[in-house]
Design a protein around this ligand. Structure first.
Ligand code: SF4
Length: 509
């Protein structure tokens, strides 16, 4: 009988699945690290207890060997492979082209990511792309799955053959503040709405947050979406790195770091402890009814085997005890639900939103209210002024004086960069082009560190937007819009005219 693929296993069985992360390396396949990765992948290929191998795409913002180079031999040997596809280095054409190539080689499982910001390299900093974000990418791949409709050179429309990608996304759920956590969950819903069929969470060591994520999906009637829990085997050096928050979105608390440092003093430098911790983490995910575990931080099959064997020695209820061990939160951390003090997990029947005590500073409040009123008055379809402006723009040209007024007012109030396809109304009147390093138009990426952007160290615009909406009790509407795929052809043109003449993304509403 032919074995089931990852999608079939997740949809047709109740098995707890195991995937292992393979980090791509820099250099050719002849480099020592690539040879080690290849050896590791060979071991993973023939193990019946491994359900898939996941291969990273330029992780940490580094240029790496393409995941397909490592993945093709694994795939052709019969093992399921998940390819990570990030938006940092390719625009939508590059991503589409890469997706066709993946489909043609037989890769089905794609993990769609916004991607890490590029790091300094040859000659300085490379130009980050971020033409799409993870939601834009999911929406594009989903359209490919439906059969992408394109326009041929003779202007006739035709439909391409549908792809059969099994699409997944990541959620960064171990954040600290409400305005970082809540937008991640809102984005999770959008990811599912626009194509994600499975979800993997970010690295974290807090059982209550692990539970919170699955409770959230249940609350939103999304329990049919398989959740795969991130199990990362630490070591003292990696723990230090994670603690310093140099890996965006990954959290190791002070208490956990202290424990790691203590374990590093042992003769095996804590190796056994860390593998056991990973086995406990895996058991918790299994106990919480996640559909599988995504194992990272392991580089030999021996370590994978140790984790899996250790996990098998636990009884079906041991995980409940481990919950009290794996509770490395930070003091004052926000949770979406109250704590169940008996279990140490969440109490999903008691949502835990901080009361709307958020008061915007006066200047911010005035700018927000003024921008909102002006938008509703002049740019919302069907209003008198919008209709008049539309009529005027169709009949006459937009005057130079008005264009100047637009440029001056928007650059002064919003640091507008004149992209022509304006997202202000969707981000509580904060400009993604000038204030978001990755120009995220469909929700926050996972990279902020304690509210601050991983790149600019300024407060994330999505956290600020959440606070603005929360001051009006509308925070749950933060991402209520169709995926924005920015139209680069509008750059340098009037965003006002583009709204009135329905040339920009808002006309897709
Ligand atoms: S037009 Fe573009 S650059 Fe200008 S405020 Fe809007 S989103 Fe920002």
């Amino acid at each position: 009988m032919q074995s089931l693929n990852l999608k079939e296993k997740l949809n047709q069985t109740t098995d707890f699945l195991i995937g292992v992360e393979l980090v791509s390396t820099r250099g050719t396949m002849s480099e020592k690290r690539a040879i080690q990765a290849k050896e590791f992948s060979k071991e993973l290929t023939y193990q019946p207890q491994i359900d898939w191998v996941s291969i990273t795409d330029n992780a940490g913002g580094n240029p790496m060997l393409s995941p397909e180079a490592l993945g093709t031999p694994i795939l052709y040997a019969g093992q399921d492979v998940m390819i990570h596809l990030s938006c940092k280095d390719l625009n939508r054409h590059g991503l589409e082209s890469r997706a066709w190539s993946l489909a043609s080689h037989g890769f089905q499982n794609i993990l769609a990511l916004s991607g890490d910001y590029p790091i300094q390299d040859i000659g300085g900093m490379p130009k980050p792309v971020f033409d799409l974000d993870s939601i834009g990418l999911l929406a594009m791949l989903e359209r490919m799955n439906q059969g992408l409709e394109i326009q041929s050179h003779n202007f006739k429309r035709r439909q391409l053959l549908p792809t059969t990608f099994y699409l997944g996304a990541v959620t960064t759920n171990f954040k600290y503040d409400e305005q970082s956590v809540a937008p991640q969950y809102l984005k999770l819903q959008q990811k599912i709405k626009y194509g994600a069929q499975f979800i993997i969470n970010q690295i974290g060591y807090d059982a209550r947050k692990m539970h919170e994520q699955i409770a959230y999906l249940h609350q939103k009637n999304l329990q049919h979406i398989p959740l795969l829990g991130n199990v990362f085997a630490l070591n003292p050096n990696v723990a230090r790195l994670f603690h310093s928050q140099r890996i965006p979105g990954v959290v190791v608390s002070n208490d956990l770091l202290d424990l790691c440092k203590k374990q590093a003093q042992s003769p095996d430098k804590g190796k056994q402890f860390f593998l056991e911790l990973a086995a406990k983490q895996l058991s918790i995910y299994k106990g919480l009814e996640y559909r599988g575990a995504y194992l990272g931080g392991v580089h030999t099959y021996k370590d994978v085997e140790t984790i899996l064997k250790t996990a098998k020695t636990y009884s079906s209820t041991d995980w409940k005890t481990f919950v009290h061990e794996l509770n490395f939160s930070r003091k004052g951390e926000f949770y979406s639900y109250a704590k169940n003090h008996n279990t140490g997990l969440s109490n999903p029947s008691t949502p835990n939103s901080i009361p709307a005590s958020i008061h915007l500073p006066l200047k911010q409040k005035f700018l927000y209210k003024f921008s909102k009123a002006a938008h509703q008055w002049a740019f919302v379809k069907g209003t008198k002024l919008a209709r008049l402006a539309q009529w005027w723009c169709k009949r006459y040209r937009f005057s130079r004086g008005l264009r100047l007024a637009e440029r001056m007012s928007k650059s002064l109030l919003f640091q507008c960069k004149d992209c022509g396809d304006c997202s202000l109304s969707e981000i509580a009147y904060l400009c993604p082009e000038s204030q978001c390093a990755k120009n995220q138009r469909n929700g926050p990426c996972g990279g902020s560190r304690d509210l601050l952007c991983e790149v600019t160290q300024t407060e994330c615009i999505w956290s600020r937007a959440y606070v603005r909406l929360k001051s009006e009790n509308r925070e749950n509407n933060l991402l209520n819009h169709v995926p924005v795929l920015q139209n680069q052809a509008l750059r340098g043109t009037s965003s006002w005219v583009n709204i009135w003449l329905e040339k920009d993304h808002t006309s897709q509403k």
